[in-house]
Design a protein around this ligand. Structure first.
Ligand code: SF4
Length: 344
C-alpha cells in the first residue's frame, strides 16, 4: 500500500497509550467488570443473542466465556502506518460474528469445531500481548476480529498492564460492533481500524449473514470517529499512535456499494479520514461457487473506487497495487507464520 500523505501528521513525541490513565484511576477495571457482566446474557455485538456464555451456552459466534486465539504473529502486511518496520503484533481471534461467504480467514473465522480444546484464560492472552511487545518488539497489538471477545480482552489488558504492557491497541474490526460496547472502549483503544463492507442491507444479509450491517457499522464508525477523530497521528518512526483508518474492500460487480459507502464516509464522517481502499479480493470459501463473486476485481473496478474517493474530496487515500491478493493471502493451516512466503 502507498503511505498517502500521512507524513504531515507526525507527532513530535510518542504519547502513552490511552488505557494507562484509565488503569491508574481504576476505570479500566470498572469497564472490564461491566463488560464481563454482559456475557451472562450476551449483547456484546449487534446480534444480541442473549445466551449465557458463562454457563457454556454459545450464540451465533460460537464463542465461549474463555478466549480462543487462533494465531499471533508479527504482521508485515497491514497498512505501512500499522505494520511499520518491525511489524504489527497481530492477534487473530477464532470465530466471528459475521459469516462472509468470501472470508479470507474462513479457516479460523468459520470453523468453531477446529478450536475445541483451544480455550484459554485471560492470563494466556496477557502473555501473548507481552510477547508481541517484548520478544517480537512489534509497534502495536493488533486485535483482529475482536468484537465477540471484547470483555475478555479488557480482562487480559488489565493483567498485561500490571506486567508492563505499554503498546498502542489497534481495534481491527468488521465494524459489526455494538456502539454501546464501543463507548466502553473510549480511552482504551488507540487506533480504530474498521471495515465498511456494504451499503445495502440486502447484500450484507446475503454475503455476510447480517441483516442490519449497514446501520450497525455506520453507527459504530460514527462512535469511533467521536472518540479518536479523523486523523491518524504518527510517532517519530511514522507508525500510528492514535486515530481512525477505514478500510473498504472493493468487491466484483459493485457488490460493496463503493460509491454509496465512500459518499457516506466523506459526508457523515470526514473527507479527511484515512481511507484504505483494498484491491485484494480473491474468490475463496463459498465465493468460489457463487458466479458474482468467483472472479478477482478488474483494474478498472479498483480505479473507479479510487476515483470516486478522490472526487468526493477524500484527501488521505491509501491505495493497493492491483494484484495484491497473493501477498495478503493467509494460510492458518501453515505450521508457523500465517503470512510466511511459500505457506500461502
Ligand atoms: S458476541 Fe456472539 S454470542 Fe454475543 S451477541 Fe454477538 S454473536 Fe451473539
Amino acid at each position: 500500500m502507498s503511505n498517502g500523505s500521512l507524513n504531515d501528521r507526525m507527532m513530535p513525541d510518542c504519547t502513552s497509550p490511552s488505557y494507562l490513565r484509565l488503569y491508574k484511576s481504576g476505570e479500566l477495571q470498572r469497564r472490564r467488570d461491566s463488560l464481563l457482566a454482559h456475557l451472562s446474557s450476551c449483547d456484546i455485538c449487534p446480534r444480541e443473542c442473549r445466551v449465557d456464555r458463562t454457563a457454556g451456552q454459545r450464540g451465533f459466534c460460537h464463542s465461549p466465556r474463555s478466549i480462543i486465539v487462533a494465531s499471533a504473529c508479527d504482521h508485515h502486511g497491514e497498512e505501512p502506518v500499522i505494520s511499520g518496520s518491525r511489524g504489527s503484533g497481530a492477534i487473530f481471534f477464532a470465530n466471528c460474528n459475521l459469516r462472509c461467504v468470501y472470508c479470507q480467514n474462513y479457516q479460523i473465522s468459520q470453523a468453531a469445531d477446529a478450536f475445541a480444546g483451544r480455550e484459554e484464560g485471560a492470563e494466556a492472552l496477557a502473555d501473548t500481548m507481552l510477547q508481541l511487545q517484548d520478544v517480537l518488539r512489534c509497534h502495536n497489538v493488533n486485535l483482529v476480529s475482536p468484537t465477540h471477545f471484547v470483555p475478555q480482552i479488557l480482562e487480559a489488558l488489565c493483567l498485561a498492564v500490571e506486567r508492563g504492557f505499554r503498546l498502542p491497541l489497534v481495534y481491527n474490526t468488521n465494524a459489526y460492533d455494538s456502539s454501546d460496547v464501543l463507548r466502553l472502549l473510549d480511552g482504551v483503544v488507540d487506533i480504530y481500524l474498521p471495515d465498511i463492507k456494504y451499503a445495502s442491507e440486502r447484500v450484507a444479509a446475503r454475503l455476510s449473514g447480517a441483516v442490519d450491517y449497514v446501520r450497525a457499522a455506520r453507527e459504530a464508525i460514527t462512535e469511533m470517529h467521536r472518540q479518536v477523530g479523523a486523523e491518524v497521528v504518527l510517532d517519530r518512526e511514522g507508525t500510528a499512535r492514535r486515530g481512525l483508518l477505514i478500510r473498504h474492500l472493493v468487491l466484483p460487480g459493485g457488490l460493496a456499494g463503493s460509491r454509496e459507502s465512500l459518499s457516506w464516509v466523506a459526508r457523515d464522517v470526514s473527507p479527511h479520514v484515512t481511507l484504505s481502499l483494498m484491491a485484494q479480493y480473491y474468490p475463496t470459501h463459498h465465493a468460489l461457487h457463487m458466479p458474482l463473486l468467483s472472479r478477482r476485481i478488474t483494474a478498472q473496478e479498483y480505479l473507479d473506487a479510487v476515483t470516486i474517493a478522490q472526487d468526493l474530496g477524500c484527501d488521505h487515500i491509501l491505495a493497493q497495487q492491483p494484484g495484491a491478493a497473493a501477498f495478503y493471502r493467509p494460510d492458518f493451516d501453515a505450521a508457523h507464520h500465517p503470512f510466511a512466503p511459500g505457506d500461502g
